[in-house]
Design a protein around this ligand. Structure first.
Ligand code: NI
Length: 253
């Protein structure tokens, strides 16, 4: 029984077969899914899926690559969507200096505005941090009461150590199965089982042996197997503990 805490089923990559695929994923043992929004439209779409599929939950937020959608009106709409009973978190939000290193200040402002919303509503956040480790850490340090997950964590073991001390969860995805996973595996070594979340980031980041193909939550088993092997437990044990972790963080039954 798996919990995919990060999968974009609102993405257009699933337009042709979304409903049948979600049923197949659920039948294959994926008990819970969180679909994080990236824009107003995708946040709305994620909530619409959550309304139709009992095992799907949404997060709402504006992704740092979507600065065009960061007007005051957009933030007001995100705040309204966040009141929905199936909105489990604010996300995905954060900083991305890989795709956009030119608008760092605007990204930081948007990140802080959405953190403030999460704190106001007492919801966790789903953080996207790509090549922005120093600034991401500096910002979350400013909000000691903030809870959440660093999704697809790609920072150092030292950064992980500090986040774990502050109560954060770390999300692990397909890259744990890649040949160059050394750094991520070192992070896993210091991450207690109780703070690990497993994610596919579907339709992206397919694990080996399906790397390069469209991803879906059925591939979670390869991610779980790689993590379980590193931790010296069975994939079933890893699946159970990460399901529990996701339920705890996102307050999901
Ligand atoms: Ni994502």
């Amino acid at each position: 029984m798996y919990f995919d805490t990060h999968a974009h089923y609102d993405d257009r990559a699933f337009d042709a077969d979304r409903d049948t695929l979600l049923e197949a994923v659920h039948a294959a043992g994926v008990e819970r899914i969180v679909d994080p929004g990236c824009t107003r439209a995708s946040s709305r779409a994620a909530l619409a899926l959550a309304e139709r599929f009992p095992f799907v939950y949404a997060a709402v937020g504006i992704h740092p690559e979507e600065l065009d959608d960061s007007t005051p009106e957009a933030l007001e709409e995100i705040a309204a969507l966040a009141e929905h009973p199936k909105c489990a978190a604010i996300g995905e939000i954060g900083l991305d200096y890989y795709w956009d290193a030119e608008h760092k200040e605007a990204q930081k402002l948007l990140f802080r505005q959405q953190i403030a919303l999460a704190l106001e509503l007492d919801k966790p956040v789903i953080v996207h941090d790509r090549e922005a480790h120093g600034d991401s850490l500096a910002i979350v340090r400013d909000y000691p009461g903030l809870r959440g997950v660093f999704h697809c964590f790609s920072g150092s073991a030292e950064m992980a150590q500090e986040l774990l001390r502050r109560g954060w969860y770390l999300g692990f995805d397909g890259p744990v199965t890649y040949k160059n996973a050394r750094k991520t595996l070192e992070v896993l070594d210091i991450c207690p089982l109780e703070r690990i979340l497993i994610e596919t980031d579907s339709p992206y980041l397919s694990p080996v042996p399906n790397r390069g193909k469209r991803n879906d939550s059925r591939n979670l088993r390869y991610i779980a197997a790689a993590i379980a092997e590193r931790k010296g437990i069975t994939p079933e044990e890893l699946a159970a503990v990460t399901l529990e972790n996701g339920r705890r963080l996102f307050a999901i039954e």
